[in-house]
Design a protein around this ligand. Structure first.
Ligand code: 1PX
Ligand code: ADP
Ligand code: CA
Length: 561
């Protein structure tokens, strides 16, 4: 059978306009705006006056990456991006009407910038015709948000949230004609509570948070709780199928780790994030629900860590005044204290079709694994949901002494660890990677930690295990019931049984009774015994996942189209 060819883009407008005093063939079709230099004898002469003649260049901007178009008011024609040049009088007079197109330009390290091109026309009618034609194309992009609710945490990271928003983000939103309602939070959980009970969400196309992972966590708690409440879903039931949130969330990074932004966009740059919001990107994301017995505790999207990362966080909270450096100081301190914790982890492994944590392939824009039509996606309440695949699975149980128990629902890439805690974790495949670091020497643990900062495989140690899971439970040794302990001791040697009896009777002994806490996206959980379940694609972000590097390195050229 012959493959259906995609329809060629529809030509909408084509004119000879001028840019930097050179003639350009400018074309707008339904997919691209392009401008290509026209080399006439006359232009060559004009250009030669001011500089060497460059090779005729073609530029292509996808319509979906145009931010805005404006008629440019100029007393004297400008000759390009922000530069004023001497212009021959005849050209100046004949090109006094102009319009400016702002568009996304990719720079290094997945960063986006707002670039501009000003094109000059000989008459105003033509100029207005261009502005109108481009605006019409932009109005067809209905995925773009028009009205946003913005929450700013003024105390996140280095306390720069408000300034970052006002100086770098608000001008981009206003250029893209996005209207905003801005709330500067006055206390912790202000944003969560406002979203949960007060905000008139029908008015908005999305919610934006300016802050760190903790601020993002507030937003998802507000939105998810509100959505479940409106649909009559009880969050306290660990086996409930949750209803996905319809509003997309944007993150303007202004926190200490910013791993949720970094792992979904590829950088922690406020301008890049603002541009992903403007173009209306959409990235679904998994969320873990955490329960203690039958009480809902929290949701998590990045790191859920007991032992090392829990202790780093507990210590770092006392050093908040230090800003982001608190994590490094507390990290060194916790590393030196070298505590281990005993407990039991049981988990439900994921099927192989959602990949494995040791895959070389990483989750990237348009990821095929996250696009798989999975039976585990969130479905409406009355449909059969988790049950089938999850019931079929066989739970595995691991007992032991651990330095760290980490669950990563996504890679957790951040500037401290550019490939993240679990480099092959997916953003939206309905699973989390469970990483168990067993008791080992300080030196070995340091080798493991160091591998988070380079290309070596941090799972390739005999004391590290990693599993891709849909659900897991953890019970610290000191909370195990008598029957569980007896069963366990019956498995152990007589000597071990004797010592464990002593430990239980003498709480001051810390060899097996040490307590840690769970670090849940940078917040401490009030219980150590927890049940965790991954909810596939419960929320959506204004992001597209990390783009392949080649997209950044190659500007659009004729051959690429
Ligand atoms: C020797 C160098 C070792 C570097 C090891 C780096 C591992 C980094 C993994 C980072 C995972 C981050 C997961 C993200 C969690 C965030 O959600 C969460 C909240 O973010 P927010 O503050 O923006 O609201 N952030 C955190 O919990 C912070 C975790 C930061 C951990 C830093 C650990 C540094 C460890 C340094 C050990 C040094 C040992 C040196 C011995 C001589
Ligand atoms: N106005 C406020 N005053 C105090 N704490 C706040 C305020 N707004 C938000 N918070 C809380 O601050 C904590 C840290 O915020 P976050 O944005 O994650 O910054 P950081 O990355 O530096 O930890 C979160 O627990 C959040 O709930
Ligand atoms: Ca995931």
């Amino acid at each position: 059978m012959q493959e259906k060819q995609p329809k060629p883009p529809l030509l909408l407008l084509s004119s000879q306009l001028s840019l930097q005093n050179r003639g350009y063939e400018v074309t707008l079709n339904s997919a691209f705006l392009s401008w290509k230099e026209v080399e006439t004898r006359q232009k060559r002469t004009a250009a030669n006056i001011y500089g060497p003649l460059k090779a005729a260049g073609s530029h292509y901007v996808p319509v979906c990456e145009i931010i805005s178009v404006q008629e440019t008011e100029e007393d004297c024609p400008s000759t390009g991006i922000g530069k004023w040049q001497k212009v021959p009088q005849s050209l100046a007079e004949s090109n006094q009407y102009a319009f400016t197109v702002s568009y996304v330009e990719r720079t290094q390290k997945h960063r986006w910038r707002c670039s501009e091109v000003t094109l000059h026309c000989t008459d105003r009618t033509l100029c207005l015709q261009w502005v109108q034609a481009i605006r019409e194309q932009l109005s067809l992009l209905t995925i773009r948000p028009k009205r946003l609710l913005v929450y700013i945490n003024p105390y996140g990271g280095k306390h720069r949230g408000k300034r970052i928003y006002e100086q770098k983000v608000a001008p981009i939103f206003s250029r893209a004609s996005i209207s905003t309602d801005v709330i500067i939070t006055e206390r912790a959980n202000h944003a969560r509570d406002h979203l949960k009970t007060e905000a008139d969400l029908k008015k908005y196309d999305g919610v934006v948070c300016v802050g760190g992972d903790g601020m993002f966590s507030e937003i998802i708690h507000g939105l998810i709780s509100r959505t479940q409440c409106d649909s009559g879903v009880d969050q306290n039931r660990a086996d409930e199928t949750l209803i996905p949130c319809s509003l997309r969330i944007g993150i303007i990074p202004a926190g200490s780790t910013d791993c949720i932004c970094y792992a979904t966009v590829g950088s922690n740059d406020p301008v890049t994030s603002a541009l992903h919001i403007v173009v209306g990107d959409s990235q679904p994301m998994d969320v873990c629900s955490i329960h203690h017995n039958n009480t809902f505790l929290r949701y998590s999207v990045s790191l859920l860590g007991y032992g090392f990362y829990g202790d780093v966080l507990t210590d770092s909270e006392r050093k908040r005044w230090m800003g982001p450096a608190r994590y490094d100081i507390s990290g060194v301190k916790t590393f030196l204290s070298h505590h281990y914790y005993e407990g039991t982890i049981s988990f439900l492994p994921a099927d192989e079709n959602v990949g494995t944590p040791r895959d070389k392939l990483q989750c990237r824009s348009g990821c095929n694994i996250c696009r798989l039509p999975s039976a585990d996606k969130q479905v409406s309440k009355d449909e059969e949901s988790i049950s089938d695949t999850e019931k079929k699975g066989v739970w595995q149980v691991i007992r032991g002494k651990f330095l760290a128990i980490n669950a990563a629902c996504m890679s957790c890439a951040c500037p401290r660890s550019p490939k993240g805690l679990s480099p092959a974790a997916h953003l939206a495949n309905g699973t989390a990677d469970l990483i168990l670091v067993r008791k080992c020497s300080r030196f070995d643990f340091l080798r493991h930690l160091l591998r988070h900062t380079n290309k070596d495989d941090q799972f390739d140690h005999p004391f590290v295990e990693v599993y891709r899971v849909r659900q897991f439970r953890f019970t610290p040794r000191y909370e195990e019931t008598d029957s569980e302990l007896e069963l366990r001791e019956a498995e152990g040697s007589g000597r071990k049984r004797f010592f464990s009896q002593i430990c239980r009777e003498h709480p001051a002994c810390t060899c097996s009774l040490a307590h840690s806490s769970w670090n849940c996206d940078g917040e401490i959980l009030p219980h150590a015994a927890i049940q965790v379940r991954v909810h596939c694609q419960l929320i959506k972000l204004f992001a597209r996942g990390i783009e392949e590097q080649s997209v950044f390195e190659e500007p659009y050229t004729l051959s690429a189209i």
